[in-house]
Write a protein that binds this ligand. Structure first.
Ligand SMILES: [Zn+2]
Length: 287
């Protein structure tokens, strides 16, 4: 009932001035933790599957749980294939019932990115599935943490207009200093570029690599025009650090795997709740 495409959720967020987290839900602890927090705060949510981050968990096994969680949630939930690398993975995600697919052609030359994204949009829209494209390249990595291979290419605002018009994407991921994984020092975000793109296209904009910003930065990012907040590394590290503490201090009789499931599910709930507070409409802006 509440399973919808990302565009519907993000268009409302755009109009009302808040951000929507896109969280990896590659296992049941991540999935259940995220949905529990969003339901508790009556906040919409986007659940993502990323084959590069959790290759041990096949899409065809976890996707039905994600779709079922979305359908039974009391809040609007979108499901998305994160960073689909080719048409085959996009078609698999559509067959699995995801409401949205991301096709990432950002490493390709512009014309090739346009051509392949057009093809994904044509197929996905036939099935009523939304599409997120990426223009410009967001560097870094959510898989191997470190600062070793940061290659970014900022999104050009005029090219963004052309890309959206020619492909018909429902969501556009842009690059403006954001990085996957860990930032090397304080993030240096070009918010003027975000405003320039947001002023030229009505398509909702996504920020990948949104974890690792100071808490105070989110309101400015959202005010500049971002509505989809892809957030993983900080939440994954917070949960893991917390698990290490719990394991280090646990009684021998508590060292059993179902306690690990309970700790991590609770931690994903707590961290998601913390994030949702950061992405809310600023209190001063509430009419
Ligand atoms: Zn990403």
């Amino acid at each position: 009932m509440a399973h919808v495409g990302a565009r519907q959720i993000l268009s409302k967020a755009q109009q009302e001035g808040y951000g929507v987290p896109c969280l990896l839900a590659g296992n049941l602890e991540m999935l259940i933790g995220a949905v529990q927090a969003a339901e508790a705060l009556s906040a919409p949510l986007i659940l993502a599957y990323n084959a590069q981050v959790t290759p041990q968990i096949p899409m065809h096994l976890i996707a039905p749980a994600m779709v079922k969680a979305a359908e039974s949630a009391c809040i609007p939930v979108a499901t998305i294939l994160d960073h689909g690398a080719d048409l085959a993975s996009v078609e698999q995600a559509i067959a699995c019932g995801f409401s949205t697919v991301m096709y990432d052609g950002s490493s390709l030359p512009f014309e090739e990115n346009v051509r392949r994204t057009q093809e994904v949009v044509r197929i996905a829209h036939t099935h009523g599935v939304d599409v997120e494209g990426e223009l410009g390249a967001v560097g870094g990595s959510s898989v191997e943490l470190g600062y070793g291979y940061v290659h970014s290419e900022f999104t050009d605002p005029e090219q963004a207009v052309e890309f959206v018009a020619r492909t018909g994407v429902d969501v556009l991921a842009i690059s403006f200093g954001n990085l996957h994984g860990l930032y090397n020092g304080a993030p240096d975000l070009d918010l003027a570029r975000v405003r320039a793109i947001a002023g030229r296209v009505t398509t909702p904009l996504a920020m990948h690599g949104a974890s690792g910003l100071p808490d105070s930065a989110y309101a400015a990012v959202i005010a500049a025009g971002i509505s989809k907040i892809n957030y993983y590394t900080a939440i994954a590290r917070a949960v893991t650090h917390s698990l290490r503490q719990a394991l280090a201090t646990a009684e021998e009789t508590d060292l059993v795997y179902h306690h690990v499931i309970a700790w991590t599910t609770g931690q994903f709930t707590d961290e998601t709740r913390r994030l949702l507070y950061l992405l809310r409409k600023p209190v001063a802006a509430v009419a």
